[in-house]
Design a protein. Structure first.
Length: 145
């Protein structure tokens, strides 16, 4: 199955997975000094990886099918944005104000969408003829290994 090859490529050794593991190792009881070093890039990478895991668990993929690349980008971008909010709330990252929190979440969501879309493009799930032209998000995301 094609999707099992993608899983092997993206899991464990992938840079997004490593950042995700580092981020998830911090819990709500971790001292604030340790939490403050997380940037929106790290949170975005962790969210992109979580979004990819949700995307690959979708029923369509389990049955051997796949969605069109354009739709896949929409879905994985939305999953990544939602995962940012979830991760920020779960990890109780401290912010000076609600305005700072919204700004951080916005930056992390933008990074998560970029990384998730780029990972989708580079996953090998789609043949080159099925890919749409890369958008700005895909060009700006961190390169998958």
């Amino acid at each position: 199955m094609l999707f099992s090859k993608i899983k092997a490529k993206l899991h464990l050794s992938h840079p997004l997975a490593q950042q995700r593991d580092e981020f998830l190792s911090v819990g709500p009881d971790t001292p604030i000094e340790k939490k403050s070093h997380f940037t929106s890039d790290v949170v975005g990478a962790a969210a992109a990886f979580e979004a990819w895991k949700l995307f690959e668990k979708h029923d369509v993929h389990q049955e051997g099918g796949k969605v069109a690349h354009a739709r896949g980008k929409e879905v994985i971008g939305a999953l990544a944005a939602a995962q940012v909010i979830k991760l920020v709330d779960e990890r109780k990252i401290p912010f000076k104000s609600e305005k700072d929190k919204k700004k951080f979440i916005g930056a992390a969501q933008a990074q998560a969408k970029c990384d998730a879309k780029r990972a989708l493009r580079e996953s090998g799930f789609y043949e080159s003829k099925e890919l749409e032209a890369p958008d700005a998000d895909e060009l700006a995301g961190h390169k998958a290994v």
